[in-house]
Write a protein that binds this ligand. Structure first.
Ligand code: CP
Length: 300
């Protein structure tokens, strides 16, 4: 592993190694020593969890962080190109974590620099470190990644976390339910890839009839910032508001995940259910990001 740009680049062995290492870090069996290492955290789009959990991950392992949050106050405002900006940051740091609104930006940056790059979200494309923490959360709660029945609910068109997660799970014989308004259905290039891999999936508009057979329900926010037409967003924004009363008949190991932030797609009355796992899921991000950073930097 030289970079973490897309879940399509990771094979099951990489995935299981990262999960195993995150588990050992969480249990304090290992402490990869990152003293002397510097992570550049470049966020050209808003973030709470991803940026702060990468920072926490690095600092708790003894490493240091430099950061750009947006372009205000930087030489990008004077016209410096992305290529020149990252070539300079290459001089100051050992690894780059980048979020950018343009699809393909992280891959492009990885071609401009000689240090590892982690894609922390590129437009609607991919968010692989989120998928890795999602897999870690699934593994911790289900004891396996294999043969699970997973509903993806919400914005399947613009949600980069669901795009990454589908590829992340596709090596582990999943059964997917894709549940969205028609306007926000899973992109065709992804369903075509699933067809080639003989992965089972069904497209639905409602989740209630499949709840009893689910291992995981993965809910996403309708991504308002990606809509070209604000009226389209208004039409679909409240399609799903999941309430505790709709989640009575579930498997004992059933969990609800959400990459967060939520708007109103999971009602707060769900938060107290034993199946609500989204806050712990965000906490798992620190261990998984420690695993990713230390692996890319060759620190064991
Ligand atoms: N899950 C996630 O990417 O959250 P942030 O946008 O807050 O980083």
């Amino acid at each position: 592993m030289e970079n973490l740009i897309s879940m399509r680049d990771l094979d099951p062995k990489h995935i299981l190694n990262l999960i195993d290492k995150a588990g050992k870090i969480e249990k304090k069996e290992i402490w990869p020593d990152m003293r002397g290492k510097v992570m550049a955290s470049l966020f050209f789009e808003p973030s709470t969890r991803t940026q702060l959990s990468f920072d926490t991950a690095m600092k708790r392992l003894g490493g240091e962080v430099i950061q750009m949050s947006g372009t205000k106050g930087t030489s990008v405002e004077k016209g410096e190109t992305l290529s020149d900006t990252v070539k300079i940051i290459n001089q100051y740091s050992d690894i780059i974590v980048v979020r950018h609104p343009l699809e393909g930006a992280a891959r492009y940056i990885s071609e401009q620099v000689r240090i590892p790059v982690v894609n922390a979200g590129d437009g609607s494309n991919q968010h692989p470190s989120q998928s890795m923490l999602d897999l870690y959360s699934i593994f911790k709660t289900q004891g396996t990644l294999s043969g699970l029945t997973i509903a993806l609910v919400g914005d399947l068109k613009y949600g980069r976390t669901v795009h990454s997660l589908v590829y992340a799970l596709s090596s582990f014989a999943p059964k997917f339910y894709f549940i969205s308004p028609e306007l926000l259905s899973m992109p065709k290039y992804i369903t075509e890839d699933l067809d080639k891999l003989n992965i089972r999936y069904e497209v639905l508009s409602n989740f209630e009839q499949v709840v009893p057979e689910l291992d995981i329900m993965y809910v996403t926010r309708i991504q308002r910032e990606r809509f070209a037409d604000p009226q389209e967003y208004e039409r679909v924004k409240n399609t799903y508001i999941i309430r505790a009363a709709q989640l009575k008949d579930v498997k004992s190991s059933f969990k609800i995940l959400h990459p967060l932030p939520r708007v109103n797609e999971i009602h707060v009355d769900v938060d107290v259910l034993p199946s609500a796992y989204y806050f712990e899921q965000a906490g798992n991000g620190v261990y998984m990001r420690q695993s990713i950073l230390s692996t890319l930097l060759g620190v064991e």
